[in-house]
Design a protein around this ligand. Sequence first.
Ligand SMILES: Cc1ncc(COP(=O)(O)O)c(C=O)c1O
Length: 381
Amino acid sequence: MITTADRLNTVEEYYFSKKLREVRGLMADGKPIINMGIGSPDLAPSEEVIKAVQAAVTEDGAHQYQSYQGLPEFRDAIVNFYKKYYNVALNPSTEVLPLMGSKEGIMHISLAFLNPGDEALIPNPGYPTYTSVTKLVGAAPKYYDLTAASNWFPNIEALEQQDLSKVKLMWVSYPHMPTGASANKEQFKALVAFAKRNDILLVNDNPYSFVLNDTPDSILSMEGAKEVALELNSLSKTFNMAGWRVGMVLGNEAHISAVLKVKSNMDSGMFYGIQKGAIAALKSSQEWFDGLNKVYEKRKELMLQLADKLGCTYDKNAVGMFIWAKLPEGAVSAEEFIDDILYKKNIFITPGTIFGSNGAGYIRFSLCVKEDKIKEAISRF
Ligand SMILES: Cc1ncc(COP(=O)(O)O)c(C=O)c1O
């Protein structure tokens, strides 16, 4: 019998991978499922992006291996984007690395910086991949609590009273997924100072800063942040390109070259056409963001009506692609709540508990659902 590596025993199949199989099964049985679970943008990228990729595929050399670091033109486009929207200056040769989505970066960063036995600070609630990747590389998750009372920002003083001697890395994600909470400049500054005091690599996972958010920010815009911080970003949500798999990691030369050392041993450069499409996306004008947010605003309004129907409460000012809603007092567990709705109303919503124990009592609605479907969902109650 061929046995799997021990590291596989540390993780389970990703929740969505399992649950969406079940949801697809219900659909195959003819159930009229409305999927409000996953944040996979249903809208199309801009026309410029489509034209750029179409033109690229017939160019000479388009189908050859590409540079591990991406086309210089692509790195320049990333740098210009960071300057224009976040006021962050980056060196395109040394401080930028294109990735196949930010999810890939979580693995590469962990492989580059975590030894077995090291600890990584992980938000509870937070993106589940931080935990699974930490375990896969033999390190240990050390969760920090986020609660509504502190607007989903960590209590740094309390953290510093703990033993941090084994902590090598801290994951943060602002705007925060799943809650949609933002961090202000003071909070970003406090995180950077905390990382410096404790010799911790701070990574801000930042794929949502352009969705229903008027003030996109980057941790790298804080003075001195590059010494201790990396940032992950992505075209998945900002430009409706989730299936393209385009993201990036940004930070100082030493940190980026450590990630490149891992990545260049695992895959080859990104397909030329995808890079050309990504360049076109990064050059989008303000109209693109305004158009996108107009659609999400309308959806949000409707989704809040649905949340109201379910007796949930929420923070109207939260940003990003999801509605994080608190279940009514005395409700059953989030899993039971969503399963009941799935089986009785054919609507799939994500239970908050998949993001950690502090997600108990919450559910998450994705805004990647067309208006007529949200209206239909409302009418089913
Ligand atoms: C917090 C967070 N980080 C990273 C990702 C992965 O995004 P990408 O498509 O860039 O890999 C997601 C996707 O849902 C996410 O919610």
